[in-house]
Design a binder for this molecule. Structure first.
Ligand SMILES: [Zn+2]
Length: 297
């Protein structure tokens, strides 16, 4: 288990052993925190026939089936867009009757906030009166979008966020390369997101980005020249620029009006970029010209 989620997992495991685990959990946390893995591990724990010291044994038939992705009493509902009512009805149907493996039945609903209103309504009765030995694990990073009727029937589990050191230390065990502390700050509570971003850097790093901004601010390079060398990385530049602006807002008291306008311009530019055939060089030059007006410390 991820170190920042380990104690929460242990607590749940102890409650399960004491048969005090709620049958419906709403697992909350930002994306990139490890919710999916946490929920999967919890599902395996629920299904395992020979739990040992608060963890799944990894060797019983239930664990074997879980690991091969074919456990007949584990059901998953997810969707890239919306979770439709038919998906929920199908899942509920699978939960009726007794478990095929004589253990628990588990339904995971990923990104439960993407359920339509009718999907959510279809789930209410099951949340209220589940079939025996049934656990419903709902996950979300947008709790505000979950209907109150769903929320009130679930136990809310807000996963803890790691501090910056824990985040960096963990990423360092997974990533073979330098981790810029300031860059990591942008993802402080989301280690998996930081790792994914670092793995994607390839050729143009956050360090190159901040070095370029400093050179621009101090007049060592012009906006036009910097834009020319960065135009191939415009998506990354835009994303990082928005992170960077947020950080400057917190650290620098001056230039807030410029920062505010710059942020708006960066968001607008991201939108324009979606159109085919846009002049990337022009867009990025305009942005960097604004950046050059900021006094970076
Ligand atoms: Zn097992």
């Amino acid at each position: 288990m991820y170190p920042w989620l380990a104690s929460t997992f242990t607590q749940l495991s102890a409650r399960l052993a004491a048969t005090k685990l709620h049958h419906a959990m709403l697992i909350q946390g930002p994306s990139g925190l490890g919710k999916t893995y946490f929920t999967q591990q919890l599902a395996q724990l629920l299904l395992c026939a020979k739990r040992q010291h608060g963890t799944a044994c990894g060797a019983c038939q239930a664990c074997m089936l879980y690991q091969s992705g074919t456990h007949p009493d584990l059901h998953l509902v997810e969707s890239e867009k919306q979770i439709g009512v038919d998906q929920i009805r199908d899942a509920i149907k699978k939960l009726t009757g007794s478990a095929q493996m004589s253990g628990a039945k588990v339904l995971i609903i990923q990104q439960a906030d993407s359920m339509t209103e009718s999907s959510a309504n279809a789930l209410l009765k099951t949340l209220e009166e589940p079939t025996a030995h049934t656990y419903l694990l709902l996950t979300t990073d947008k709790t505000e979008r979950i209907l109150p009727t769903i929320k009130s029937r679930c136990e809310k589990l807000v996963l803890p966020l790691p501090d910056l050191d824990m985040c960096i230390n963990w990423v360092a065990t997974q990533f073979n390369g330098e981790i810029d502390r300031n860059f990591a700050k942008l993802f402080s509570s989301r280690p998996l997101a930081l790792l994914a971003e670092l793995e994607q850097e390839q050729g143009f790093t956050f360090h190159d980005f901040t070095k370029g901004l400093t050179a621009l601010s101090s007049g060592h390079i012009t906006a036009v020249a910097l834009a020319a060398s960065w135009q191939e990385h415009i998506e990354k530049v835009l994303k990082w620029l928005q992170f960077w602006i947020r950080e400057q807002f917190e650290e620098v008291k001056a230039d807030q009006v410029i920062l505010f306008r710059l942020n708006e311009q960066a968001i607008k530019t991201s939108g324009i970029l979606q159109n085919p055939g846009v002049n990337k060089l022009l867009l990025i030059t305009e942005l960097l010209t604004q950046v050059s007006k900021i006094n970076i410390r």
